[in-house]
Design a protein around this ligand. Structure first.
Ligand SMILES: [Mg+2]
Length: 253
């Protein structure tokens, strides 16, 4: 066995079908991560599409280590406190560039096809609607141009054939990871990001090490085929087992 790596590293992972999905492997991974954090001050970060509310449901059902930072709602909220009550003001000010929630909601309200999602899925930097797939193809470009006319170049992300998220142009997981590296002064080569699906690709575009779990979705596997480099690793094992494999591959543990 190689000597353990004693350098602190930044560990960033998606939750659903990446960190979570194999309870036995998760327990083993947690042991490694907890002891590395304790001994060498490594950082543990979760970056999820879930809202804070849905994150809490998952955290109470699975044994997740308390993270050093939590990124929820696809990068639009970031918390450093253990109770997740204080949305980080510095990150919020980055998100607020080119964003005015009230005006954007007003523009979107002209589109009767858009049904607002429950309050738990809304936040100051995320506006979420339900939009039927049958009309999405025509509605999204129309909404986009209505927003552009008023000067809003924001992100419109349609997923699962029903969810339309309106997000600030700076609201994504990849920029959030960069923000954390700067805050904690951690080099990209001492950072590993882990994911399983299309919304994780934003994290994989930087110079950080990236780990794709063995059970990754086709869109991410395709991305890997086109972009494979020594910084990207496709694990054989699924979920937390794949993460363990990747941490060893990159000699983080
Ligand atoms: Mg996932």
């Amino acid at each position: 066995m190689n000597a353990p790596n004693m350098n602190p590293f930044l560990f960033v992972t998606d939750l659903d079908n990446t960190l979570v999905g194999d309870d036995a492997a998760l327990a083993e991974l947690n042991q490694h991560l907890a002891s590395h954090r304790e001994q060498y001050d490594s950082k543990i970060v979760y970056a999820t599409g879930r809202s804070l509310y849905l994150y809490r449901l998952l955290a109470s059902a699975k044994s997740l280590l308390p993270p050093d930072a939590l990124i929820t709602s696809v990068g639009t909220e970031m918390y450093f406190d253990r109770q997740h009550q204080q949305h980080d003001p510095e990150w919020a000010s980055i998100l607020s560039q080119g964003w005015n929630r009230e005006e954007i909601v007003e523009i979107a309200s002209q589109f009767t096809q858009l049904q607002p999602q429950p309050k738990s899925e809304q936040n100051p930097y995320k506006i979420s609607y339900y939009l039927a797939q049958a009309v999405a193809g025509e509605t999204i470009p129309q909404l986009k141009s209505a927003l552009n006319e008023r000067g809003y170049k924001i992100k419109l992300i349609y997923s699962a054939g029903q969810d339309l998220d309106l997000l600030p142009k700076n609201g994504d997981k990849g920029l959030a990871v960069k923000f954390l590296r700067q805050r904690w002064d951690i080099a990209p080569e001492q950072t590993i990001v882990c994911g399983d699906s299309g919304n994780d690709i934003a994290m994989f575009k930087g110079e950080e090490k990236s780990l794709i779990v063995g059970n990754a979705k086709p869109e991410l596997l395709q991305w890997y085929e086109a972009n494979s480099s020594e910084n990207n690793y496709l694990a054989k094992s699924a979920c937390a087992g794949g993460i363990l494999e990747g941490l060893k591959h990159f000699s983080f543990i």
